[in-house]
Design a protein around this ligand. Sequence first.
Ligand SMILES: [Zn+2]
Length: 132
Amino acid sequence: MSDLDALFEAAKAVRENAYAPYSNFLVGAALRAPDGTVFIGCNVENASYPVSVCAEGGAVSAMIAAGYREIAEAVVIGDAALCTPCGMCRQRLKEFGTDDLVVHVADLDGIRRSFTMDELLPAAFELEYTSK
Ligand SMILES: [Zn+2]
């Protein structure tokens, strides 16, 4: 199994754990650090909708908690044919993405499209921060 296949399978598996009783829209995300370590997250909704957390947000939090700071590759999987990261998550991924981060968007059958960070978030807001 290739690294990308493994990343897809990790995202697909964690999607099954999503807590989405309000939207019934299950999303999984898997991030691969440059050393190959994978972090996963799923969406977690809340009765107070703004409290909800996206799958990418959960995966980024897990990565940071483990002491990692860079994302080399990501897979986001949802029910829709093109479950691209929301605007907030594009900014989240940009914060930690390597210069050549690729975000793959998948449905249950496989990866449908792949995007560079510049395609997802052109003219991104960013500040130079040296302790990455
Ligand atoms: Zn999001």
